[in-house]
Design a binder for this molecule. Structure first.
Ligand SMILES: *Cc1c(COP(=O)(O)O)cnc(C)c1O
Length: 430
């Protein structure tokens, strides 16, 4: 009896598509989603009791692996003191202070419950603070499912976008400009045409929602210069990259490449909650003071700064701040990508991978794509065969080729070796 199949059939009767977030449904790769029974360290066990090496880690939050003892203890202790009060707590202040210490571009931060909420509130705040309407986003970047952000490029260069979801009226996205990632010319054209109306430019500095695509240094430099020149706010969506690619997040990686570089606003989530519903957005004081109750931009949340979630996030941040944490995580991630590349090479399968900190991506191509259209030209059926081959061997990669992967501190060199050994077999069969 296949318990995953049984659960999926039951789930589909009561939950649309049987899942509470679409990518979990395996639509891109086909087959039956694995229902997770429990997880520990780098592994999870599905409803059939089968063990998997987990390279998703809840899509990023589980940077320490599952069930880290210090995090578990903090969560259990916090739960005993109460789940939610609707009144402020000391841990919210502590978490805000910790975020500010690690991300110097942020002077003040507001805690919320999901990345979607944080991204949506950042847009509202940027518009409120600048008194402008237009926002820029890039094709292939995901900033949560707020209406104004569910948009794809329109027909012409630097034109306004079209909704990507039913239920989003075109009027709602008429102020969203959708541009090609890493395309400096389009960026310049958009600012030349709309510069005075642009409230913010929102970007995933290392895009993790079209596999793994870095913003090039010249492109990022131009984003910064044009925002400054036109009085627009540069908003980094670091929901995925925050505390994942480096202790100082992706902005610290770009600050090393571009002297003095800083975004104006930062959106965070995933790792800062350590697996609990917690996200945040922050900016310079002058921008954040536009937020209620200080200013006129409304934003609120019943469960914002939840005491159990903040305990989980704080305990997670405490661990990743320990000396050598990111060096070890980066080395493990690099060794995974190098091992996969060697295995593909041996089998004559084209392969290019990249990683930063504990986040990685790979393409069955001989080059790294630089934008969404290029990512989407990759060999889907071949990736799907690779995915299922690995899954059968107990290695769980993201069930779609346009998603990034994640290594945790709990992954060992032996896990990497087991993964690479499985990949050798699978690549040979492609
Ligand atoms: C996951 C993600 C979001 C949305 O966060 P949720 O908590 O799923 O709402 C936003 N932006 C980026 C870059 C993400 O990876």
């Amino acid at each position: 009896m296949d318990h995953n199949q049984q659960l999926f059939e039951r789930a589909q009767k009561v939950i649309p598509g049987g899942v509470n977030s679409p990518v979990r449904a395996f639509r891109a790769v086909g087959g039956t989603p694995r229902f997770v029974q429990r997880a520990q360290g780098a592994y999870f066990w599905d409803a059939n009791g089968k063990k998997h090496i987990d390279y998703i880690g809840s899509w990023g939050p589980m940077i320490l692996g599952h069930g880290h003892p210090a995090v578990l203890e903090a969560v259990q202790k916090a739960a005993l003191d109460g789940f939610s009060f609707g009144a402020p707590t000391e841990r919210e202040v502590e978490l805000a202070e910790a975020i500010l210490e690690l991300v110097p571009s942020i002077d003040m931060v507001r805690l919320v419950s999901s990345g979607t909420e944080a991204g949506m509130s950042t847009i509202r705040l940027a518009r409120g603070a600048t008194g402008r309407k237009t926002i820029i986003k890039f094709e292939g970047c995901y900033h949560g499912h707020a209406d104004a952000l569910l948009v794809k490029a329109g027909s012409g260069l630097a034109t306004f976008g079209n909704p990507t979801s039913a239920g989003v009226p075109p009027e709602v996205v008429q102020h969203t400009l959708v541009l090609e990632y890493n395309n400096v010319e389009q960026l310049e054209a958009a600012f030349a045409q709309h510069g005075a109306d642009i409230a913010c430019l929102m970007i995933e500095p290392i895009a993790g929602n079209m596999n793994f695509v870095r913003a090039s240094v010249p492109f990022m430099k131009r984003c910064r210069e044009l925002c400054t020149q036109h009085g627009a706010l540069l908003a980094f969506d670091e929901v995925m990259t925050g505390f994942r690619v480096a202790l100082g997040s992706a902005q610290s990686v770009y600050a090393q490449l571009i002297p003095g570089f800083e975004p104006d606003m930062t959106v965070m989530g995933k790792v800062i909650g350590g697996g609990m519903p917690l996200a945040a957005f922050g900016a310079k004081r002058a921008v954040m003071e536009h937020l209620a109750p200080l200013g006129g931009v409304y934003q609120a949340g019943t469960l914002s700064g939840n005491p159990v979630a903040t305990a989980c996030g704080l305990a997670t941040l405490r661990e990743i701040r320990k000396p050598g944490f990111f060096e070890a995580l980066s080395a493990r991630t690099q060794s995974l990508v190098a091992g996969l590349a060697a295995a593909a090479n041996e089998a004559g399968v084209p392969f290019r991978g990249d990683s930063q900190g504990g986040m990685f991506g790979f393409f069955l191509l001989d080059h790294l794509p630089q934008n969404y259209a290029a990512v989407m030209k990759t060999d889907g059926p071949r990736f799907n065969r690779f995915f299922h081959g690995m899954l059968n061997r107990g290695v769980y990669f993201a069930p779609a080729l346009y998603e990034a992967g994640f290594v945790s501190a709990a992954h060992t060199e032996a896990d990497v070796a087991e993964t690479v050994a499985a990949a050798k077999e699978v690549f040979a069969s492609l």
